[in-house]
Design a protein around this ligand. Sequence first.
Ligand code: PHE
Length: 382
Amino acid sequence: MRFRDFAVLAAVFVIITGILAGCAKQSDTILIGEYNAFQGPIADFGKTTHNGIALAIEEINNAGGLLGKKVELKSEDDRGDMSEARTAVEKLITRDRVVAVLGEVASSNTLAAAPVAQTNKVPMITPSSTNPKVTSAGEYIFRVCFTDDFQGAVVATFAAGHLEAKRAAIFRDVRSDYSKGLADAFKKTFAKKGGAVVIDSTYSQGDPEFKSQLTSIKSTNPDLVFIPGYYTEVSLIAAQARQLGIRAPLIGGDGWDSPSLLPSAGGALEGCYFSNHFTPLQENPAVVRFVQAYERKYNTSPNALAALGYDAAWILAEAIKKAGSTDGDAIRQAVAETRDYPGVTGQISIDSNRNASKPAVVVQIKGDKFVPVASITPEDVK
Ligand code: PHE
């Protein structure tokens, strides 16, 4: 053999052993993917969700891992952008070969990325995307939270019942599937409960200035203003609404839940309400244990996103255990069979549309606390 041929053969040998070693290394762990926003205007969503997921993975590994292997989490930052969300999931699936994907929080981002998971037959569980269309992407796409058909009905039921509101203003974000879905669901139930929507006004995510729409809203003299948006705009809208003299309560959905909401609103949201998935103030022993473990690890209390991330990761782990395999179809089937899982965000059963049906809590903002004032079940809004 000439030296050149020998060198080529040796190089091929090195490459093949490298690939084999890579495979062997990969199969020592079970790789789960996560895509979320860790930068940008909804970064709080990604960061807190990640904390909940990471705590669950730590507990799963401390309890011996899955199928005799350690679980590893591979996280991709999509900056809260729809096309980056899609690319992130493509990378996780084709480059990293993850066995399943957790994420996103914002419905528009999950809607953009879900078809990638569906086409590649990789199960995806969104902890917190509530837009009804999300799980219609196919049989590989699941959620562990309620949908906005329910959440919108919860807010409307609370507004008409508890707050005795008759005239509601809506201020929705036209760039968010979440916001539009929630606004429409609210409208439907509020009318059923005898209320009237006196104005349905719009803004766009990223806008800094809302005074012209708020002036029109003020002129309708509503009993409350429903703002189904995300915390970044909501805190600006609240501050500008109070500056213009709107004194009616502002009311929202889960998108308000962020540690940044109150610091940026400067008192403008005092006494206001929003619906949510979870509060750390519940006395259920599983919740108490979770809150303690979370506070020990992160020195702060978990919010709904952390709790949903935690439940999503544990439900996926239980499904992999039950499937006894990391095969996409086997995991998908096991997730679909989840019944009465005792989550920290409530009992979780996955229904035939791959959604979870659970009660919602309505909280009131008092000082720096979100105080639970009502728990509303799917039965209550019928
Ligand atoms: N439900 C929101 C959406 O679908 C996301 C969200 C969930 C935000 C929970 C905060 C808390 O876009």
